[in-house]
Ligand binder design. Structure first.
Ligand code: PEP
Ligand code: MN
Length: 318
C-alpha cells in the first residue's frame, strides 16, 4: 500500500520530489521510480508500466478492515440479493428471506449499467429508498452499485457498502470521489481489464484516502461464448500474491447460468476468497435483469448450505 511506501521512504531518508498530501497518503511526482528501492512504491511490470499499486507488503494475505460492521479478511462475507431492485414486493420478500438465513448483507442494484438502452435501467432513487427501508426492517447491510458521478451522492446517502460495477471500473472520476468516501468499496473487475489495470483502479481510490477496498473477481471476456464470462482463477492467485486487499468472488456473473453458481462458489472458496456475492430472486424467470443466473430461494438455500459445509472442511486445509 502507498502509506507503507511512505513509511519506508521516510525511514530510509529518501529524498523525493513532494507533490502533496492526499488524505493519509503522500503523492510524489512521476519520475520517482528510478530512485525508489525496488518493488516498493512503483512496480516495474514491464518497461512501460511503472505505477503505484495497492501492493502487498507481506505474504500473509491477512489484510482486513471494517466492512459495514463485519471484519472482511477474517470473517467470511456472504452477500445475497437480486440483480436489480424491481418492486416493493420483490425487495421486501428477498430481504426477509436473506435475513431468515441469518445473513448480514443484502445487495440490489438501483442504477443499472445496461448494455441495451431499451432494457430496464433500474428504479434509481426510489429503489435506494425501498432497499434502505427493507434493510432497516430486517437488520441487513445494504450493498448497492454506483453507476456514474450523477448518482454517486444518492448511492452514498443510502448504501452501507458502495459497489463499483465492472463497467464503472475505469471511471476515474467515480474512483477518485470514492477515495474521499468514508464507506467500504466493493470494486469489481472490468471484464476486459488486465490485472494490473484492476490494481491501478484500486489505487485511484486508495490514493485519495480510502483504502477500505474489497476486490471482486466476476469473470472476464474470453473467446468462450457458452458461458457468460470466464472465471479468472489464475487472476485470483495473482491478486492474492500481489495486491494487499481482500478478494471476494461473484460466481453469478462469471457463469451467467444458475446451474454453475455452486461449483464456482466452491472453487473460489478453495482459492481462499474472503467472501461471495450471489444473485437470488423470488422468481428468477421474471427478473428484469440477469434472469438466467439468479437462484430462486430454494436453490440459494442449498448453495448456502454447501458453502457452510465447505467452509468447515476448508478450515483444516487453508
Ligand atoms: C451486478 O452486480 O449485477 C452487475 C451488473 O455486475 P457486473 O458489474 O460485474 O457486471
Ligand atoms: Mn447482475
Amino acid at each position: 500500500m502507498i502509506y507503507i511506501a511512505r513509511q519506508l521512504i521516510e525511514k530510509n531518508n529518501i529524498n523525493l520530489p513532494f507533490v502533496g498530501d492526499v488524505g493519509a497518503f503522500r503523492i510524489y511526482d512521476d519520475d520517482v521510480e528510478d530512485r525508489l528501492p525496488e518493488n516498493i512504491l512503483y512496480k516495474k511490470v514491464n518497461d512501460e508500466i511503472k505505477y503505484p499499486i495497492c501492493f502487498k507488503n507481506s505474504s500473509t494475505n491477512a489484510y482486513e478492515f471494517d466492512f459495514a460492521g463485519s471484519r472482511i479478511g477474517s470473517e467470511f462475507i456472504l452477500i445475497g440479493g437480486p440483480c436489480s431492485a424491481e418492486s416493493d414486493e420483490q425487495i421486501f420478500k428477498t430481504a426477509k428471506y436473506i435475513s431468515s438465513l441469518k445473513m448480514k448483507f443484502f445487495r440490489a442494484g438501483c442504477f443499472k449499467p445496461r448494455t441495451n438502452a431499451y432494457s430496464f435501467q433500474g428504479l434509481e432513487r426510489y429503489g435506494l429508498e425501498l432497499c434502505r427501508r427493507a434493510c432497516d426492517q430486517y437488520d441487513l447491510k445494504f450493498v448497492t452499485e454506483v453507476k456514474d458521478l450523477s448518482n454517486l451522492d444518492d448511492v452514498y446517502e443510502y448504501a452501507d457498502v458502495i459497489q463499483v460495477g465492472s463497467k464503472c471500473m475505469y471511471d476515474v472520476g467515480v474512483l477518485r470521489e470514492l477515495g474521499k468516501a468514508k464507506k467500504p468499496i466493493l470494486l469489481k473487475r472490468h471484464f476486459g481489464a488486465t490485472l494490473i489495470e484492476y490494481a491501478q483502479a484500486a489505487d485511484f481510490v486508495a490514493s485519495h484516502g480510502n483504502s477500505s477496498i474489497t476486490l471482486c473477481e466476476r469473470g472476464i471476456r474470453t473467446f468462450e461464448t457458452s458461458t457468460r464470462f470466464s472465471l479468472d482463477s489464475s487472476g485470483i492467485e495473482w491478486m492474492k500474491k500481489h495486491v494487499d486487499l481482500p478478494i471476494i468472488g461473484d460466481p453469478s456473473h462469471a457463469m451467467g447460468f444458475s446451474y454453475g453458481v455452486e461449483g464456482l462458489s466452491l472453487s473460489m472458496m478453495a482459492q481462499g476468497v474472503r467472501g461471495l456475492i450471489i444473485e437470488v430472486h423470488p422468481n428468477p424467470s421474471q427478473a428484469k435483469s440477469d434472469s438466467s443466473q439468479q437462484l430462486n430461494f430454494d436453490e440459494f438455500k442449498k448453495v448456502k448450505s454447501k458453502i457452510e459445509k465447505f467452509r468447515n472442511l476448508l478450515e483444516n486445509v487453508l
